[in-house]
Design a protein around this ligand. Sequence first.
Ligand SMILES: Cc1cc2nc3c(=O)[nH]c(=O)nc-3n(C[C@H](O)[C@H](O)[C@H](O)COP(=O)(O)OP(=O)(O)OC[C@H]3O[C@@H](n4cnc5c(N)ncnc54)[C@H](O)[C@@H]3O)c2cc1C
Ligand SMILES: NC(=O)c1ccc[n+]([C@@H]2O[C@H](COP(=O)([O-])OP(=O)(O)OC[C@H]3O[C@@H](n4cnc5c(N)ncnc54)[C@H](OP(=O)(O)O)[C@@H]3O)[C@@H](O)[C@H]2O)c1
Length: 251
Amino acid sequence: MSQWLQGRVAARRAWTDTLHSVEVDTTGLAFTAGQFARLALPAPPGDKEPMIGRPYSFVNPPHAPRHEFYFNVVPGGPLSPRLAALEPGDPLWLGPRANGFFCVSEVPQADALWCLATGTGLGPFLSILRTAEPWEKFERVVLVHAVRHASALSYGDTIAGIAREHAGAFAFVPVVSREAHAGALAGRIPALIADGRLEARAGVPLTADNAHAMLCGNPAMVDDVQATLATRGMRRHRRKEPGHVTVETYW
Ligand SMILES: Cc1cc2nc3c(=O)[nH]c(=O)nc-3n(C[C@H](O)[C@H](O)[C@H](O)COP(=O)(O)OP(=O)(O)OC[C@H]3O[C@@H](n4cnc5c(N)ncnc54)[C@H](O)[C@@H]3O)c2cc1C
Ligand SMILES: NC(=O)c1ccc[n+]([C@@H]2O[C@H](COP(=O)([O-])OP(=O)(O)OC[C@H]3O[C@@H](n4cnc5c(N)ncnc54)[C@H](OP(=O)(O)O)[C@@H]3O)[C@@H](O)[C@H]2O)c1
C-alpha cells in the first residue's frame, strides 16, 4: 500500500440515497482546482490488486484544510457503494498525486466562462469557483447544474456563497429534466442552448466570440453539448490548437 496516502474520514453526508460526499483528513496531497485524486479501499481477499482505486474530482478549493469528494452510488460498483458506507474515523486511501487538466489555467482567455455540469460533475466547478483565478480571468461566470430530479440539486449553500461573493459576475442556472421545479429550467442542456433559453436565463451569450465552455459529468451530455456548440463554431480546445470547449467525462 506504499503508493497510497492513508487518510481518515472526517465527515460523510448523504444528500440523497444515492448521492454522497466525503471529507477526508490527509496530508501531503497538493492539487490545482479542477483536478482529481484517486480514492481507494483495500480490495476483497483474492483480488489481483491489493487496492480498488477510482478517480474523484476535488470539491474543496486547494486552500481548504480537508479534501472533499462528491459521488453517486453505482449499484454493484466495486468502490462507490463502499465509499457511501464509510463513517467518520474510517481509513480511506488517496493516490499520492492529483491529476488532470480540467483547470482554468488550461483555458484560453474569453469574456465569459460557462461551467456546464450533470450530476456529480458539479464537484470540480465548486473547487474552481472558490479560487480567485476564474474571477480574475473572466468578466462573467455561469454555472449550470443539470439533474434528473430537484433532490439532486446539492450544495445550494456553497453555490449561494459563491453568488454572494461574486454578485454581478456570477449566474447559476439549475436544470431539472424529469419533473417541474420552480426556478429551474426544464429539459436538457443541448436543447436549452439550441433554443436560446439557457443564455436568456443567464444573461450571458455563449458564442465562439465571447465564451469558453467547460463540460463535466455524463459522457453523453458532453458529446451532445459539443455537437450543439459546434453548430456555433465552438470547437474542442487543445494546447496546440486553441478552441472554445474543455471537457471531463466521468465514465
Ligand atoms: C477523471 C474522473 C473523475 C471522476 N470524478 C468523479 C466524481 O467526482 N464523482 C463521481 O461520482 N464519480 C467520478 N468519477 C467516476 C468514478 O471514478 C467511479 O467510476 C464511480 O464512482 C463508480 O465507481 P465504482 O467502482 O462503484 O464502479 P465502476 O466500476 O468505476 O463503474 C461502473 C460503471 O458505472 C458507471 N459510472 C461510473 N461513474 C459514474 C458516475 N459518476 N455516475 C454514474 N455512473 C457512473 C459507468 O457506466 C461504469 O462503467 C470520475 C471518473 C473520472 C474518469
Ligand atoms: N439519479 C438516480 O436516481 C440514479 C440512481 C442510481 C444510478 N444512477 C445511474 O447513475 C448515472 C448518473 O446518474 P445521474 O443522476 O447523475 O443522472 P444522469 O443520467 O447523468 O442525468 C443527469 C442529467 O443529465 C441529463 N442528460 C443525460 N443524458 C444527456 C445527454 N445526452 N445530453 C444532455 N443531457 C443529458 C439528464 O437528462 P434526462 O433526465 O433527460 O436523462 C439529467 O438531467 C446514470 O447512468 C444512472 O443510470 C442514477
